[in-house]
Design a binder for this molecule. Sequence first.
Ligand code: FAD
Length: 309
Amino acid sequence: MLDLAIIGGGPAGLTAGLYATRGGLKNVIMFEMGMPGGQITGSSEIENYPGQDKVMSGLDLMQSWPAQAMKFGLKHEMSLVSSVSKNSDIFTLTTSDGKTFESKAVLLATGSVPKKAGFKGEKEFFGRGISTCATCDGFFYKNKEVAVIGGGDSALEEAVYLSKICSKVYLVHRRDTYKAAPSTIEHMKHTQNIEEVTNVSVEEVYGDNTGVLGLKVKSKEDGSIRDLNVPGVFVFVGRDVLNEPIKQEDGSFLCEVNEQGEVIVDLKMKTSVPGLYAAGDVRIDAAKQVVCAAGDGATAAVNIIEFLG
Ligand code: FAD
């Protein structure tokens, strides 16, 4: 019987593992289907992790995290957790390779992944001018023009955020109406250096070996092509929350989630089910930053130790 099963080995899961084992929990397994480190290991540049004042790759940033956590007894099981159920006070986890594990507490730290918009050049230039994170990459375009693709709350909020760093933001949207809160739309419309480019489809993002040089959009009204010469393109067309393990057979969830499938937690990272916690990008209102995910992981672990008494 495990004290704690951690699902996901990104910044949230690894930090929870460190705090839980260093805080005295004996049987803690972190289930991570790939190499520990999480989604930041796919980023070539991070410069906003406190205490690391050099621009470094995500892989370099995360390199020492697993060994630090495992020093205190955290174990890594390289498997994908396919389901979690609860019977009386015990959780049962099933992995995709058919193993089952019982645990007194579970932390879901599986993260979320941005959806792709599906235009030409998106894959080729991802991380080389195309980004899905304004907080992470906006600064690289200080005083430059950028484009934001999307028409929901995230796209509009991030366009406003970028407008404070960049000289101009083109807000590119396939419709002429937005699916965002009226106050967010109002805020965006009153931001002087945002130009709305609506009712268009993105034809392609193009560039060369230095990165993105621009994007071409096609008017849905007259088919004309407009070329936006920007070095940075930010795509906000939704996120897939990796909540599969807590999805039940009837399509419901083991604990409460919001409309986007993000796990609802309180300030202790506690879900609506006693003993089940969530941390990092998978939870509601996550800032989706490494430092925040790590903080969540620590908070969850401290409270799980208290829960287990
Ligand atoms: P993740 O890092 O997503 O980790 C979740 C882990 O869970 C993954 O390793 C995954 O393999 C595993 N997993 C998922 N489902 C299962 C399952 N069922 N079973 C087993 N394992 C599972 N943040 C910054 O602070 N600064 C930046 O500059 C920055 N740049 C970024 C650039 C890019 C390209 C990307 C993609 C993200 C960037 N971020 C940045 C955001 C940051 O990476 C995330 O906010 C952070 O990694 C979230 O941590 P997490 O632990 O919640 O989730």
